[in-house]
Write a protein that binds this ligand. Structure first.
Ligand SMILES: CC(C)(COP(=O)(O)OP(=O)(O)OC[C@H]1O[C@@H](n2cnc3c(N)ncnc32)[C@H](O)[C@@H]1OP(=O)(O)O)[C@@H](O)C(=O)NCCC(=O)NCCS
Length: 166
């Protein structure tokens, strides 16, 4: 398996995984999530060139089986923290989960962010998402919890998790 920066030709594969992620959310009553850069008509090519919105894909035998998107313009509520990057979204194809693909994507992301001078990484995850265990395994610690009303009126509770990348 190799981890590499996404290119134009990965758009369909990334969209397929993003749709799988949203179908799961709908099935579990959570409702669709909206990620600006993955919406229909989003300027994917331009965004790929934006180093503050970086996407990496995991490729196995020529097939994209996962992706992660990092953002540099993260909200930084922790004034004592130097530079905070953000893991915005990670999705691994449900057919190959629990085989280390997510770990490889995260390790690559941490290395990339460290190389760019970031000291910490932030993410948020739905409180009832089993992925919280994944993030704990990846060394992230819960720092706060908050609830908000989604655009469809439902309530959602998320936890913020942080880890250092030094
Ligand atoms: C979260 C996700 C990316 C994990 O990817 P993955 O490739 O299955 O994870 P890995 O196989 O690399 O797992 C790494 C470690 O986390 C643990 N882990 C992974 N998923 C887990 C889960 N659902 N519950 C408990 N532990 C989990 C693994 O057991 C493994 O631990 P180990 O090192 O002791 O063996 C994947 O489940 C996914 O795409 N989920 C749907 C999308 C999503 O919710 N993304 C997160 C939004 S914040």
């Amino acid at each position: 398996m190799k981890i590499r920066g996404a290119s134009d030709s990965d758009y369909n594969a990334v969209m397929r995984l993003y749709m799988q992620f949203n179908e799961d959310r709908v099935k579990t009553g959570t409702g669709e999530a909206g990620y600006r850069y993955l919406e229909a008509g989003a300027p994917w090519s331009e965004l790929l060139a934006d180093e503050d919105c970086m996407t990496f894909v995991a490729e196995e035998k020529g097939v994209v089986v996962g992706f992660v998107t990092l953002r540099a313009d993260a909200f930084n509520p922790f004034k004592k923290v130097g530079r905070m990057g953000e893991i915005d979204l990670i999705v691994v194809d449900e057919r190959v989960r629990r085989k280390g693909v997510g770990r490889r994507l995260v390790e690559h992301s941490l290395k990339h962010l460290h190389g760019r001078g970031f000291t910490h990484v932030l993410l948020n995850v739905r409180v009832d998402n089993p992925a919280t265990s994944f993030w704990s395994k990846m060394g992230f610690r819960k720092v706060s919890k908050t609830g908000f009303d989604r655009s469809d009126g439902a309530k959602e509770t998320i936890v913020y998790m942080v880890r250092s990348v030094s």
